[in-house]
Design a protein around this ligand. Structure first.
Ligand code: FES
Length: 154
């Protein structure tokens, strides 16, 4: 926990203790620590002179800010309208069946977490998803299952 505190102190200092930079600060804290704990939120609130609720409001709005532990790989399926119309529900169902989890959950082996996200800029090639920072588009159930199986082999 002390390492996390050190990370937070450095990140907040880098952004000059400015709550205007909250999203950037949260992204860096999550990059450094994996997810945002309640203690981290309290620490950030104190250092940025804002309330913990304000931090949670931002953190829960953005799917990239993890507020609980995630699997090794985080799958984010685009839920925005173009991907919705292109069949994102089929993609989610295929992933849930392949991983034996429901949306928002992490597999028992801690390998995958399944989440949705807003548009990732591949609207004309939906349905689209991210696995960590890697973009996958033009998905169908077979393609998404074979992609996940490749990650299982890594
Ligand atoms: S709507 Fe899915 S990538 Fe834009």
């Amino acid at each position: 926990m002390q390492e996390a505190e050190t990370n937070i102190n450095k990140i907040v200092e880098k952004y000059n203790y400015s709550h205007i930079e909250l999203l950037s600060i949260l992204e860096e804290v999550v990059d450094a620590n994996g997810y945002l704990t309640e203690e981290m939120v309290k620490d950030l609130a104190k250092q940025l002179s804002i309330s913990a609720n304000e931090i949670y409001a931002v953190a829960t709005f953005y799917s990239f800010i993890n507020i609980k532990p995630t699997g090794k790989y985080v799958i984010r399926v685009c839920k925005t309208i173009s991907c919705q119309l292109a069949g994102k529900n089929e993609i989610i169902k295929a992933i849930e069946d392949e991983l034996n989890i429901k949306m928002g959950a992490t597999t028992k082996d801690k390998l995958f977490t399944l989440k949705t996200t807003d548009c990732i800029g591949m609207c004309d090639k939906g349905p689209s998803m991210l696995i960590d920072d890697e973009v996958y588009h033009s998905l169908n159930p077979e393609k998404v299952v074979s992609t996940i199986r490749e990650y299982k082999r890594i």
